[in-house]
Design a binder for this molecule. Structure first.
Ligand code: AMP
Length: 418
């Protein structure tokens, strides 16, 4: 399959060639002709599969072919996090080079005024997080009456983060007559319910089996005692000479503490999490990308949308409470066809989390002992009432309801700090 077969204009094909893309990725090959045909689309595609191009390239193609009305936003892309918004905006700017289209960006955590000014100066396609978009709409800066193409990127994560109320408010302000596209790494009932509300006879595009991980990613689970995890992490990175390693933990405090301890071990590490200012997060990301720091310790939410080319290694220092987060985490590696390695460190008290992950993946993941860091076989899972894992399990059950964690959580309010 070649880009020339998808119905894109010569202009866009030239840009694609300049970017060095030789063939469309599977999601691009399937989605681009549908989007150009103005069909609503529901696509199951993981991060790293080229999904941004799957919607951005045809939207740019369609909008650049029509004369722009002054200052009217015609394309709107909603993303759950500011990092993803930045990433998507960057891709739009790259893909729209050589056209007259203006691309705008709006996300929270930074001053409103520069965003208001940029929107007043005109914007054809806006990439925004839902909360900030509403703040701007309430200020009367602009309206969404001219929206022709509406994209929900990483819709599963938007629901996870409690954006349903914001989404409903935004929907009231966009025209009914529009094209809507929904992209999601995972599909469950909540996503199908959302799709019924948003989409009109959508084309369903599934490039990988639902809830699966990209096949180029090698996955391994090391059984290791909790108190040996940090030492093993620093040792693995040092002895194998890994240069860019993204490490996932569950809490902001955990991220901060681990990065500090790793620095003491001689591995240059920084953390990225919701307690850090936008500036500090961007600086940490830049230093990681440029190779100044070797390891970036991140919480799940903070890591959303990070696109680091050629990222080869992901370490799950702690298994996630939300099994779907495992897919998102390891999707950070093996991007755009590159191979990747995802190592998970599992203590005896986390085995129940692995079961949940294996259930949604519908596969067993290989387990091994790391030489020199074998777990103490005399250790038993702490099943007393007050053990840490039991306390956490109860906390999780309380927070999400003990039937269906994900769905309960989705009906709760917004909480985008983890
Ligand atoms: P995405 O899943 O949209 O975040 O894209 C992941 C990465 O793949 C980005 O760095 C893109 O620049 C790159 N990419 C997207 N489409 C292609 C393609 N057809 N060929 C090569 N690289 C691509």
């Amino acid at each position: 399959m070649s880009f020339s077969k998808l119905g894109l204009s010569q202009q866009i094909q030239t840009t694609i060639a300049k970017l060095g893309y030789e063939t469309p990725t599977p999601v691009q090959a399937q989605a681009i002709p549908m989007v150009l045909a103005k069909r609503d689309v529901m696509a199951g595609a993981q991060t790293g599969t080229g999904k941004t191009g799957a919607f951005a390239l045809p939207i740019i193609d369609m909008l650049s072919a029509q004369a722009s009305q002054s200052n009217a936003i015609r394309g709107l892309v909603l993303t759950p996090t500011r990092e993803l918004a930045q990433q998507v905006c960057k891709s739009f700017v790259e893909y729209a080079q050589g056209t007259d289209l203006k691309i705008g960006l709006a996300y929270g955590g930074v001053s409103l005024n520069p965003q208001i000014k940029a929107l007043k100066d005109g914007c054809d396609i806006l990439v925004a997080t839902p909360g900030r978009l509403l703040d701007l709409l309430f200020k009367g800066t602009f309206d969404l009456d001219s929206i022709e193409h509406l994209v929900f990127d990483e819709a599963d994560r938007m629901l996870d983060m409690g954006f349903m109320v914001d989404i409903k408010r935004i929907l009231k302000r966009v025209p009914d007559e529009r094209q809507t596209m929904l992209f999601s790494a995972t599909f469950d009932q909540a996503i199908f319910d959302l799709s019924k509300r948003l989409l009109n006879q959508p084309e369903l595009i599934e490039v990988a089996q639902r809830n699966t991980t990209a096949s180029e990613i090698e996955q391994i689970i090391y059984n290791v005692d909790e108190d040996k995890k940090r030492e093993l992490t620093s040792f693995m990175i040092g002895s194998k000479n890994w240069q860019q390693v993204l490490i996932f933990v569950r809490t902001r405090q955990g991220a901060e503490a681990l990065a500090k301890e790793m620095c003491k071990d001689g591995v240059k590490a920084q953390s990225i999490h919701g307690d850090k200012s936008q500036g500090a997060r961007e600086k940490a990301l830049e230093e990681f990308k440029s190779g100044k720091t070797r390891a970036l310790v991140a919480t799940d939410v903070a890591a959303r949308g990070l696109d680091i080319e050629q990222l080869n290694y992901v370490i799950n220092y702690e298994l996630p409470y939300i099994a779907e987060d495992y897919i998102h985490r390891i999707g950070r590696t093996g991007r755009a066809g590159n191979s990747g390695l995802a190592v998970s460190l599992m203590s005896i008290d986390e085995e129940w989390l692995l079961e949940e992950i294996e259930n949604i993946l519908d596969t067993k993941l290989p387990q091994a002992w790391y030489p020199g860091y074998e777990p103490d076989l005399n250790k038993k899972p702490s099943n007393n009432k007050n053990s840490k894992s039991n306390q956490k399990r109860r906390a999780k059950d309380r927070a999400f309801g003990n039937k269906s964690h994900a769905n309960k959580r989705r009906s709760s309010g917004r909480s985008n700090k983890r």
